[in-house]
Design a protein around this ligand. Structure first.
Ligand code: NMX
Ligand code: MLT
Length: 437
């Protein structure tokens, strides 16, 4: 069975040659003009970055190395007896563009799980934080503290050659993903239970999601474990322009190691317009349930949405900077909720569905958002809530364990392809006026 290192060693020269060819044959061609509106409007639509593991289409949604979500669900390995993609298989796929065999997945899973224990200093740092500190801030700190043992940083210091960068980048990225699951479990126990002193040790025969579920006390629920697998596979990658992926790429371009790069990304994921929206969705849905009861009429929901919009707030979980149709990740989570009898009739999940029926119409009438449809965050929290993970300020942490997989896959490629430090041009208003006159 070929390992992840052997597989990458084989592919990297081909991709390096392809990039070389693209640069020499097409380097001077244009991919579009940049307007003033784009410069002052968050760079929307500017084709700016190389990102291989996934590409987002505004109408169709995400494709991972060319495969749609249903195609990944069809082709990628699941846990024995399970139905959902294993995040470990997704990680292999995002790193290589190749579907791992069952044996490769098993071996890779064992390797990741064996890396998932935390150094003592990270446990100590996490356990010393105020329990009231937001879980995402704890996550930022825990991942940054892993940099103490970075192989990339150590080898850079001792004069590693550029051609070797990708190797310690891979080692650190595998560590960062594996240990992020354990950091996430520790944060949960610290913030919401009696602390992590008695956290279950890692079970090397189980996958990352099953270990995580056991460590936070939900390991007996096969439905929950399967949800965590699906959740962690779906949130991995959403091309390179989103805040968390772009941050990893930007910070990594300074040759900061994977831990520092991904820790910075988690700070962006913690923003309410990005990953924190899943926490906000649950707050919104529970507020609606409190005011309107378990089975509100469509008209009551419409009035509730208008009240929120008229008070100047956004409807969390709706809209997107790129997508112009319902997010296929939302569709996959909704399908999960509908196919499991225990979640299908859950009042909070049903509320998500009722909102989906009317919110696009209201947002269209409101006329501001370019995309009135749900994004991934619209459904994810309600399913976690059903299984008893009710502490919604925690939800973005589960987004964070997943996004490490996609963002760090490209980090490895950034180093393998020798991409330079990122440093686009900025302009003052006076400089813009001078240029457009
Ligand atoms: N509810 C109300 N107003 C909205 C919404 C919404 N869900 N989405 C966009 N708008 C408004 C937006 O605030 C802006 O108003 P203004 O002109 O007053 O500044 C206007 O519509 C135009 O925004 P767009 O160009 O459609 O959206 P943009 O690309 O700037 O932002 C989001 C994209 C995702 C940040 C935005 O749709 C939003 O705030 N959604 C709610 C938060 C959310 O669900 N974020 C999660 C995104 C997915 N993720 O996990 O990262
Ligand atoms: C993401 O998954 O990163 C979000 O959908 C936001 C984005 O793509 O901009």
């Amino acid at each position: 069975v070929s390992t992840i290192r052997e597989t990458l060693k084989e592919i990297i020269p081909e991709r390096q040659a392809l990039l070389k060819q693209i640069k020499s044959e097409h380097g001077s061609k244009t991919l579009g003009n940049v307007t003033v509106e784009q410069v002052v409007g968050g760079g929307r639509g500017i084709k700016f970055m190389l990102w291989d593991p996934s590409v987002l289409d505004a109408e169709e949604g995400i494709r991972f190395w060319g495969r749609s979500i249903p195609e990944c669900q069809r082709d990628l390995p699941t846990a024995p007896g399970g139905q959902e993609i294993l995040p470990e298989a997704m990680f292999w796929y995002l790193l290589t563009g190749k579907v791992p065999t069952a044996e490769q997945t098993k071996q890779f899973q064992e390797e990741l799980v064996s890396r998932s224990e935390l150094p003592a200093h990270v446990e100590k740092v996490l356990d010393s934080l105020p329990k009231t500190l937001h879980p995402m801030t704890q996550f930022v700190i825990g991942v940054a503290a892993l940099n103490h043992d970075s192989q990339f940083a150590a080898r850079y210091k001792s004069g590693m050659k550029k051609a070797e960068y990708w190797e310690p980048a891979l080692e650190d990225s595998l560590d960062c993903v594996a240990k992020s699951f354990t950091i996430a479990a520790r944060i949960y126990l610290h913030s919401y239970k009696d602390g992590a002193a008695n956290m279950a040790p890692v079970d090397k025969s189980k996958d990352l999601s099953a270990n995580f579920a056991t460590q936070i006390g939900f390991g007996d629920s096969e439905g929950f474990v399967e949800l965590i697998r699906l959740y962690n596979s779906l949130h991995t990658d959403h091309e390179g322009g989103n805040v968390s992926a772009h941050t990893t790429h930007l910070v990594g371009s300074a040759l900061s190691d994977p831990f520092l790069s991904y820790s910075a990304a988690l700070g962006g994921l913690a923003g309410p317009l990005h990953g924190l929206a899943n926490q906000e969705v649950l707050r919104f849905i529970l507020g609606m349930q409190k005011e309107l009861g378990d089975s509100p009429s469509d008209e009551q929901i419409v009035q509730y949405i208008w009240k929120t919009l008229n008070s100047g707030q956004v409807i969390p979980g709706y809209g997107h900077a790129v997508l112009r149709k319902p997010d296929p990740r939302f569709a996959a989570l909704r399908e999960f909720g509908n196919k499991h009898p225990e979640t299908a009739n859950d009042p909070v999940f049903r509320m998500v569905d009722s909102l989906f029926k009317v919110a696009p119409g209201v947002l269209t009438e409101h006329g501001k958002t370019k995309n009135p449809f749900p994004n991934v965050d619209a459904a994810s929290g309600s399913l976690l809530y059903h299984y008893g993970l009710t502490q919604f300020p925690y939800y973005t942490v589960t987004f964070g364990t997943s996004r490490a997989i996609g963002a760090l896959s490209q980090y490895v490629w950034d180093r393998a392809l020798g991409l330079p430090i990122e440093r686009p041009k900025s302009l003052s208003m006076e400089a813009i006026l001078k240029l457009v006159k």
